[in-house]
Design a protein around this ligand. Structure first.
Ligand code: NAD
Ligand code: WQD
Length: 337
């Protein structure tokens, strides 16, 4: 069964291709390489034994999408392709709306023309804004704090309206918490361009000596150690969640919504200590001002996915930190090698 994976050479998409191949699916990737490298395909092949079909191009290119659907017998789409940097989205809101929202609409149009109605969307815990309580359940109110977050919320709302009007769709919204870690082989992982925005790649770059010191954004939050608490999830657990969603929801029309997280809150300082333990290295850090827009605590209640998809994150914080470090240590310059 061929599955079109948009953004399939990116961080989560590439790991999901591994999980799809393991489960017997055949991923077909479309990616414009705006935030990933072609050599990811070599690594997917090396790790899985299968080289996915690859189309270098943009999801906003309707003609290209039509030709993919006519050349390949695509049975479903997992839609990762998006711009995802929260800070950058406040500087370039037009580019975020144009890429993420126009791109998704163009993709949905091509799917309709091709008669393909099985769709899994990469949503985010960012749609919960500053949650009134934790753990967060799927029916919590939604709000957003950045243009990036608004692209995710607006796409969720578009998909809800489409599903009501066109009940033949099977639409699954997967809300990821904080994906970290890398494939256990050490051959695939996260390869951010420039200065990392996210905590784990920043820590690994301090560990490898590419950056001097981690800035911890605030230690005066109402949390046990004063630093923010998040739900970090191993990228391979997340990848396997997509396969479960495809297997379970792909056969049911309607709208399906799941949190993909572990259900465990981990503070920034706890993460720094867990990484130090996994790597045997001290991580140089200093406390600086809060980062605007950060919420104090954000972690999932993942029980709906466990109950309905039969999926549960199994990898521990020790696995996540060890795998992140193995990837960084073996590939100091990421996929550039
Ligand atoms: P990523 O940047 O590594 O992967 C996204 C891929 O999409 C990249 O390879 C990029 O080149 C491609 N792309 C972007 N716009 C495109 C376009 N118009 N046409 C074709 N390809 C395009 O990001 P990721 O971390 O793997 O995230 C994947 C998805 O998950 C995104 O939708 C993101 O918003 C969502 N998400 C990510 C996180 C996270 O923390 N990483 C958390 C929640 C949700
Ligand atoms: C985690 C914690 C920071 C970097 C983001 C997006 C969210 C989702 C996942 C896409 C926070 C602290 C970080 C640093 C630090 N992405 N931190 N120093 O902000 O929870 O979520 O990625 O949908 O939408 O907002 O993740 O990794 O940036 O931060 O102290 O150099 O680490 O303050 O408490 P975040 P993050």
């Amino acid at each position: 069964m061929k599955i079109l994976v948009t953004g399939g050479t990116g961080y989560i998409g590439s790991h999901t291709c591994l999980a799809l191949i393991s489960a017997g699916f055949e991923p077909v990737i479309i990616d414009n390489l705006c935030n990933s490298k072609l050599s990811v395909l070599d690594r997917i092949e090396e790790v899985s034994g299968m080289r996915p079909l690859f189309y270098q191009g943009d999801i906003r290119d309707a003609e290209l999408l039509d030709s993919i659907f006519s050349e390949q017998n695509i049975q479903g789409v997992i839609h990762f392709a998006a711009l995802k940097a929260v800070g950058e989205s406040t500087q370039k809101p037009y580019e975020y709306f144009e890429n993420n929202i126009s791109g998704t609409l163009t993709l949905l149009g091509a799917m309709r023309r091709a008669g393909c109605y099985r769709f899994i969307f990469s949503s985010s815990a960012t749609v919960y804004g500053d949650p009134h309580a934790v753990p967060i359940k799927e029916d919590f109110p939604r709000s957003t704090m950045s243009p990036y977050g608004r692209t995710k919320l607006m796409i969720e709302q578009m998909l809800e309206d489409i599903e009501v009007a066109e009940p033949n769709w099977s639409i699954t919204l997967l809300r990821y918490f904080n994906p970290i870690g890398a494939h256990e082989s050490g051959r695939m992982g996260e390869d951010p361009q420039g200065i990392p925005n996210n905590l784990m790649p920043y820590i690994t770059q301090v560990a490898i000596g590419r950056r001097d010191c981690l800035n911890i954004f605030g230690n005066d939050y109402p949390t046990p150690d004063g630093t923010c608490v998040r739900d970090y999830i191993h990228v391979m657990d997340l990848a396997e969640g997509h396969v479960k969603a495809l297997e379970v929801c792909g056969h049911k029309s309607g709208l399906h919504i799941y949190n993909l997280g572990t259900g465990n809150g981990v503070s920034v300082l706890q993460m720094v200590h867990a990484f130090a333990k996994a790597s045997g290295l001290e991580i140089n850090y200093k406390i600086v001002d809060r980062r605007p827009g950060d919420v104090s605590e954000c972690w999932a209640d993942p029980s709906k996915a466990q109950k309905e998809l039969g999926w549960k994150a199994t990898r521990t914080l020790a696995d996540m930190t060890a795998d992140s470090w193995r990837w960084q240590k073996n590939n100091p310059n990421g996929y550039e090698a």
